[in-house]
Design a protein around this ligand. Sequence first.
Ligand code: ZN
Length: 626
Amino acid sequence: MGIQDDDIASVRAATDIVAVISEHVALKRVGRRWTGLCPFHSEKSGSFSVNAEEKLYYCFGCGAKGDVITFVREIEHLDFVGAVEKLAATAGITLRYDDENQNEGRKKRAKLLDAVGKAVEWYHERLLSAKDAAPARGYLRSRGLTGDDVRAYKVGWAPEGWDELARALKVPNDVFVEAGLGFMNSRGRPTDAFRGRVLFPIFDVSGDPVGFGGRIMPGNDGAKYKNSVDSAIYNKSRLLYGLNWSKADIVRADEAIVCEGYTDVIGFAKAGVPRAVATCGTALTEEHVKVLRSFARRVVLAFDADAAGQNAAERVYAWERQYDLDVAVAAFPGGVDPAELAQTDPGALATAVAEAKPFLKFRLDRVLAAAPLDTPEQRVRAAESAMAVVQEHPSDLVQDQYLLEVAAHCRIDPDQLRGRRFTAPVVPGAKGGKAKLAARRNGPTNDEPPPSDEWYDDDQPPPRGTLVRPDRPRSRRPARDTAETEALRLYVWRRDEIDPWLDEALFRDPASLAAYRALVATSSVADAVAMAGADDPEAADLLQRLAVEETEADAHDVLTRLVDEAATSAMAGLKAEARVADDPFAVGEAIAWLNLRIMELREPDTNEESLGQLLGWLTGRPEEEA
Ligand code: ZN
């Protein structure tokens, strides 16, 4: 895709990975590798390692891993081509592209960004100084935005006239239209897309201006919010307002806050919680989740979790599972929105985020809080509604934890709740029973994902919520490595010492076997990673970890342990075979022989001889029996 493979390889070869990473992290040399604090998660002791020869890095804390191109992509938030281009520029390599169109596409993108950038400046100037922008300035002040805020976020004002921007900007019509700044009217004249609105410029993750979110002035007719249309530079399913400013704090805190409005994002930043983003006129999509997951493992929803309807719960649980993500919901006192709270009680914003509840807990609490418990019938009804929410969760272990809570709250024997399916009673007049039920106390919500443009209303905020995750990421370093892992590590670092004795038959773990095969088939760990990664990500991960774990282990000890494990496992196989064999004696003999060899293997005097015999026996067997 794009850059020619030869050139990508040259860039990799010409780049010193330690030098590149050292621009971001202090690395110190330990043996043949380098270690330091991981730039991708916050930590106090270094879990991050670099193998300079293989040009690979790996973090035992968060699992970040890859080569120098991956590193630049992740740390600078660039796409693949962008990362290679950056490294090529440093290395003085001129890149050739497979596709002539690639160059054209990049030029066009630059033109569109340039046009939007000019529009941002023009609208911003207009807000700061034009007479007709006075009500807009007043409105922003009422929302707690100072002049400094307005400048920092480049907020603008689109005047009422139908072509004022078009006339001021003087960009070619096709650029004007494709950049989403306007359209050609029926008489073929360029016409502004935004009129009579306060504009919040939207920047992509690298800080390029790509579009606008426009809010109508209170009291005026029209959709409350209007956003740029999708274009070559603006994709509303992926874009998150504020991510360009928030990304550093999101990575540092390993947490992203998703709120509804542009002023909420600004409010969070002003309250000292500068890690909020907002979707740009859509519900949260899977694309958004993927983008956020590349920055943090926890997402706190700072808006009404039920607003996106019943489907949202299922989607949230699916995202949590698929992306190893924790979704929590922050509740805000009295249904005020973050922008308001930032003005009246900034400390409460941080508190709400810190006290965010897991998604299920948040939903459950709302159902329980809404249900009266005065009579036995009411308590049963409350339990049924609550269990319907609990049973949406995909894990039965998690379900059972919450079942106990429901049982205690509703004074019902937990065993009466176990093993039953519950569906929420439908509330009369509601389209989606479960969501409505949960929302009863807080007023109406929508079951459908909100349509673009008009899904939130910062004058009458819906109830709010946030999310926390209960624990920090688990370390990727297993308590004790298996002999197979030890053997592979030795193979990576001191190949000659163990190579002659290794054999596929000694590997029973599929990922270890795939890693071994890839190492045998290639001449460098980096190539082995590439080969294994194609169909076995687990093997590729293992290889990348081993590439930064130098070992002092003795080859003979490692081999002994490996053979011991393989022989013990083979023994278990033989015993199983003996139970169904036609000739149990033949198998019995083999078991006796193997038993003796394993015992000898564990004795220093006989270890050497037994090792040879067992290796011969194990590796002489057909692979499928191993
Ligand atoms: Zn890390």
